[in-house]
Design a protein around this ligand. Structure first.
Ligand code: TMP
Length: 215
């Protein structure tokens, strides 16, 4: 048992379109949770450090080409390969703050022509279910004012607009604890809001088993 809890840690996911500030907020949240005596660690998907992650990274950097189906399944496999480590940490009482998860997986692939939401969701069915999904909402115009997109695949405003529509569809699922946050706010305001939601989710998760996503 740590100072503040005896139960499992919470799985907290941050999602949003590119430039919404997910990575900054994940880091600040982990620091704040640790400072308040709640063990926490950050993770990110794709995790580019594994063998599968390196295949994904080369694809995103346009150093390799893969079929859309192939890369979709690699993104999912990259989550599944980390599940044992995630479960072990959650059970030790460590909360995980995750930069993107299966929702990005579904939103990005289903934004491509010819992909149904259902096909895209299937490989991720049964992953550890997040106790909280924070969606950093940012209007495409506001996103474009935050500077140019990089050179990676998917970094165009047209594609991101479709991705946003797919996220909006996923957010209608009442079996998940979605919290939509206005990412146009200042970094500190955003952080305060995210921290409050996270503390509630951690308290609620403590005495509950880890759920299964989309099951
Ligand atoms: P990153 O910029 O957060 O490292 O994410 C890399 C890109 O990969 C980003 O454009 C979103 C995309 N992506 C997918 O297409 N499928 C996924 O499952 C994940 C996690 C990310």
């Amino acid at each position: 048992c740590s100072k503040m809890s005896c139960g499992r840690g919470a799985l907290i996911v941050l999602e949003g379109v590119d430039k919404a500030g997910k990575t900054t907020q994940c880091k600040k949240l982990v620091q704040a949770l640790i400072a308040s005596g709640r063990p926490a660690e950050m993770m990110r998907f794709p995790d580019r450090t594994t063998k599968i992650g390196q295949l994904i990274s080369a694809y995103l950097e346009k150093k390799s080409n893969l079929e859309d189906q192939t890369v979709h399944l690699l993104f999912s496999a990259n989550r599944w390969e980390l599940v044992p480590e995630m479960r072990e940490k959650l059970e030790r009482g460590i909360s995980l703050v995750v930069d993107r998860y299966a929702f990005s997986g579904v939103a990005f692939t289903s934004a491509k022509p010819g992909f149904s939401l259902e096909w895209c969701m299937n490989p991720d069915v049964g992953l550890p279910k997040p106790d909280l999904v924070l969606f950093l909402q940012l209007h495409p115009t506001a996103a474009s004012q935050r500077g140019q997109f990089g050179a990676e695949r998917y970094e165009t405003s047209d594609f991101q607009r479709v991705v946003m529509q797919r996220f909006e569809h996923l957010m209608k699922d009442p079996s998940l604890n979605w919290q939509v946050i206005d990412a146009a706010k200042s970094i500190e305001e955003l952080h305060a809001e995210i921290k409050t939601h996270s503390e509630t989710a951690i308290a609620m998760a403590e005495n509950q088993p880890i759920g299964e996503l989309w099951k």
